[in-house]
Design a protein around this ligand. Structure first.
Ligand code: PSU
Ligand code: MN
Length: 305
């Protein structure tokens, strides 16, 4: 028995003990972000890519009340098939653990778990942010506050264009979160390579990103860092085209009165229908792309340790 409030898979425990590179992966993208069975295929492919690139994947989730860092055996498959898994953010992570529940971790909860286990790099698809109309709804993802306080680097493809991206950037700046785009001047917008907004910072290699993370770690009270990695050109859906689907999805959500933590999953599912699955193809491609960059950053960090 360990007195730690989480359980590491054998593979992750071994990698951490030897200071080998580890990449944390979230699970809400599996349970709430993609349909079965593509969700399981994506999660497995991402884990395989991280391994092929010389790092250890640590998918994070709460299963029957136990916070798992790294899933093994059929745990990933079971989670991918659970349709009533909770969506766990900072506010509900401990609740699920206390109540013996099963839930998937969002960016915020995955950052908390990764930091507890000593994993500084985490790959996902997109982060939550400031929703359109937030001046009335106050709907701002807990991911932004977590980035402000928890020292983990989150590799994503930007924030989804269903959000208000200028406001999301403003909040990140206010909270002191560096936003670094990998290899481009423009901030990416998830399915699209260019949001139309300039990225506050830009770095062009995993080594340069690792150097920055080390410098940041060594400054007092440093929180997280957002690394934005544009979706590969072959898989992108351009911004103008996306904007039409987003407008339709937002109108549908409003008409149905969807609120709170259901908003993001609802919009993603609606956009999947409206794009006849193309949004999912882009989503899978960008997550894989992010996993590879995260593995390279984790390796560069481990080498300099
Ligand atoms: N992006 C996706 N699919 C997802 C999410 C983001 O393509 O499932 C999830 C992530 O887990 C993110 C969460 O942390 O949505 C944000 O939800 P909210 O806005 O309710 O904080
Ligand atoms: Mn919200």
């Amino acid at each position: 028995m360990s007195d730690r409030p989480y359980h590491c898979s054998a593979e992750v425990a071994e990698a951490l003990a030897q200071n080998l590179p580890v990449v944390a992966l979230e699970s809400t993208i599996v349970t709430h972000g993609m349909p079965w069975p593509q969700n399981l295929a994506m999660a497995r492919e991402v884990e395989a890519l991280v391994r092929a690139d010389g790092a250890t994947p640590a998918t994070i989730a709460v299963l029957d009340g136990v916070l798992h860092i790294g899933l093994e055996g059929n745990q990933l498959e079971r989670l991918a098939q659970t349709d009533d898994a909770m969506k766990l953010s900072r506010a509900d992570l401990a609740f699920a653990m206390a109540e013996g529940r099963t839930g998937a971790t969002t960016v915020a909860a995955t950052m908390i778990a990764a930091h507890m286990a000593g994993i500084p790099v985490f790959a996902t698809g997109g982060i939550g942010g400031v929703h359109r109309g937030a001046e009335l709804s106050f709907d701002i993802s807990a991911d932004l506050e977590e980035l402000a306080r928890t020292p983990v680097a989150v590799v994503c493809a930007g924030a989804k264009a269903i959000l208000d991206l200028p406001k999301t950037l403003e909040v990140l700046e206010t909270k002191g979160v560096p936003v670094v785009t990998h290899g481009a001047a423009a901030l990416p917008a998830f399915w699209s390579r260019d949001s139309g907004l300039a990225s506050p910072l830009r770095l062009d290699s995993a080594d340069a990103i690792a150097r920055f993370l080390i410098a940041r770690r060594d400054t007092p009270n440093s929180g997280g860092v957002l690394i934005a990695n544009p979706v590969p050109a072959a898989d992108e859906i351009p911004r103008d085209e996306m904007e039409r689907y987003i407008a339709d999805a937002l109108a549908a959500a409003e008409q149905k009165g969807v609120t709170g933590k259901d908003v993001t999953p609802y919009l993603l599912a609606k956009i999947f229908d409206l794009t006849e699955g193309r949004s999912l193809t882009a989503n899978i491609a960008l997550v894989k792309n992010n996993a590879r960059l995260a593995a390279a950053i984790a390796k560069a960090l481990a080498q300099s340790a």
